[in-house]
Design a protein around this ligand. Structure first.
Ligand code: GDP
Length: 604
């Protein structure tokens, strides 16, 4: 779990390597995917004690088994330790953030943080954005009124902050799904009179998947029904332990309506930005991300570009996704004409030959020919059926080739209890080499937002007793995101296990065509036994492979040598009917055993 929390100076100072016993509450760092032995070492706790504690939590693991971050954190916390997730740079490749690799260090300068505001609907995201804009536009700057261009900058005590003006995690994740990540810090708005709601949790997961630090704004503290303490508790329940309680997450009480606490929030954003050491090279050619774009009747296509690195100047050639052009004019967020724009600055750009899409990467080009070629190449790439997602079948080869060490999953279930059951079943699959990483788990049907998160994170979506919404189905097909739904946890876990070990045949999938319960066991000569069964769902067929399942474990898989309905040999027995079968090589039936008929089906 990429549980990104904000590390402040204070927290950093408390990372002293002393045994747990001497310093309760010591902060330890747990890498993503750690063995029980290694975890014990980091905690300064005997491995046997760790194993016992894991057993109490329902995990039967040995020294060399791997535990995922969430479980490891839970165990460490039960020993009174505080936990820190791996740092962003330790999280390996796949970052969508512009890298400064290869840049001369002397050319790098600090840049302004780019902030996105997320949270549940009606918790005050828009009001907060308006309040920040209203009170922090530098007086004296021409106009003094910000234009809506999709992003704006504020300045306080000489420090600037850039805000993306499209709140919500859909926009945030849609950009990531297109390959761009512009956000350096996420502000999570939680209304104090409402507390953490489903979209708050979704936002937390989306931000964590992006490894972006979170600052929490506890909003609406002016409301008579405000209960900030409850929000703090709920944050802790969601692994966001605030500083006040010994954690590392900054939480600031605010009222977006009255403006109370907003300055404090901005100060804290600046502090977090300082810790992040955001840098860029203003003297290279520009690269940025399109935030929004529209056609203006008189001026043609106008795109808001948030520069990430380098400087863009009027007259530069620019490629943005599939379109390009020479920058004719630029305007900043106050509607003023500017000649150049550096890192973290949002500008409206005129001169493109078409409309780019939000999330498109924009880059300066050296010549008209290079610009056209780059735009055409991008178009071609998109027209070739875009393969943005991954499938379970591809997971093993990615792991083999070292591209991934973990399978990222989004889990949707019918009820809360199933989340824990699925989580436990999947955690049991973790090995030294491979790991199942649940980046988002929630009840409810599979939504477009889930699909976008899957695209952005290269994750596979598994549904347990839920189906995709129509929009999500269309989007997943378009983006090639694999969505698998199950009604038996064992099958879900089994497919994931097969994917991890490369046993999942790429073109086929195992389908359960029916489930039956053993109601009687009788002898059929020699030591062989037959099972009398009742079909609860679907059908049991002779063509299928019969699985005998007891207590969630499969005892046997094999073909039926005889399948009967009353005295007749039949090909199949359907729902609501009784039958009897004999299996080749298995006779140890017990009443109550589940029988499943599996069929291998081609995946189109
Ligand atoms: P969004 O859906 O998260 O963008 O929420 P809005 O900014 O649209 O706010 C939803 C409602 O909450 C509006 O009626 C706001 O006036 C109200 N609201 C926002 N912030 C505050 C606040 O700090 N205090 C109070 N009392 N109401 C607020």
């Amino acid at each position: 779990m990429t549980n990104q929390v904000v590390t402040t100076e204070r927290a950093a100072q408390s990372r002293v390597e002393t045994p747990a016993a001497e310093a309760p509450g010591r902060l330890i760092e747990i890498p993503a995917g750690v063995t029980v032995a290694e975890l014990s070492g980091r905690m300064g706790v005997d491995a046997i004690e760790t194993i016992k504690q894991l057993m109490r939590a329902g995990f039967m693991l040995s020294m060399n088994d791997e535990v995922d971050f969430e479980t490891a954190a839970m165990i460490a916390q039960s020993f009174g330790l505080r936990v820190r997730a791996p740092r962003r740079e330790e999280r390996g490749p796949g970052s969508l953030v512009v890298s400064n690799e290869g840049e001369e260090k002397s050319r790098l300068i600090s840049r302004t943080p780019v902030v996105t505001i997320l949270g549940h609907v009606d918790h005050g995201k828009t009001t907060l954005l308006d309040q920040i804009r209203k009170t922090n536009v530098t007086a004296g700057e021409a106009g003094g009124i910000t234009q809506h261009i999709g992003a704006y900058q504020v300045q306080r005590n000489g420090e600037r902050i850039t805000f993306l003006d499209t709140p919500g995690h859909e926009a945030f994740t849609a950009m990531r799904a297109r390959g761009a990540q512009v956000t350096d810090i996420a502000v999570l708005v939680v209304a104090a009179d409402d507390g953490i709601m489903p979209q708050t949790i979704e936002a937390i997961d989306h931000v964590r998947a992006a490894s972006v630090p979170i600052v929490v704004a506890i909003n609406k503290v002016d409301s008579p029904r405000a209960d900030p303490e409850r929000v703090k508790r709920q944050l802790a329940e969601n692994d966001l332990l605030i500083e006040e309680w010994g954690g590392e997450v900054v939480a600031v009480p605010v009222s977006a309506l009255t403006g109370d606490g907003v300055d404090d929030l901005l100060d804290n954003i600046s502090i977090v930005a300082e810790v992040e050491e955001l840098k860029a090279n203003p003297s290279r050619s520009a690269r940025g991300v399109i935030v929004e774009a529209q056609i203006d009747k008189s001026r043609g296509p106008i795109a808001t570009l948030l520069i990430q690195t380098g400087t863009l100047r009027v007259g530069d050639l620019l490629v943005a996704g599939e379109v390009y052009g020479r920058v004719r004019a630029m305007r900043n967020d106050r509607g003023m004409t500017v000649d150049e724009a550096g890192p973290s600055v949002p500008v409206e750009v005129m001169g493109l030959n078409g409309l780019p899409q939000a999330g498109d990467i924009a880059e300066a080009a050296s010549s008209g020919r290079a610009a056209r070629a780059a735009a055409e190449e991008q178009k071609r790439r998109r027209e070739d059926k875009r393969r943005s997602g991954i499938t379970l079948a591809e997971v093993h080869s990615m792991i083999e080739s070292g591209e991934a060490a973990a399978l990222d999953l989004i889990v949707k279930t019918d009820v809360q209890g199933s989340i824990d059951a699925v989580r436990n079943a999947l955690q049991a699959l973790n090995t030294e080499k491979t790991r199942v990483n649940i980046i988002h788990a929630q009840t409810g049907s599979i939504t477009e937002s889930d699909v976008l998160l899957a695209v952005a994170s290269k994750a596979v979506i598994v549904g347990f007793n839920v189906q995709p919404e129509t929009g999500a189905q269309a989007l997943s097909a378009q983006e090639d995101v694999e969505v698998r739904t199950y009604d038996i946890i064992y099958h879900l876990a089994d497919d994931v296990r097969k994917a991890l070990t490369g046993l999942l045949a790429p073109e086929t999938r195992d389908v359960v065509e029916g489930i039956a319960t053993v109601r009687a066991v009788f002898g059929v000569g020699g030591k062989r036994k037959a099972a009398g069964f009742y079909v609860n769902q679907g059908r049991l067929s002779r063509a299928g492979t019969i699985h005998v399942i007891r207590g969630g474990k499969t005892l046997f898989e094999g073909a039926a040598s005889s399948l009967r309905h009353f005295r007749d040999d039949v090909r199949e027995v359907a729902t609501g009917l009784e039958g009897g079968l004999v299996l080749d090589g298995f006779s140890d039936f017990q009443e109550g055993d589940a029988l499943e008929s599996h069929r291998v089906e081609e995946v189109e």
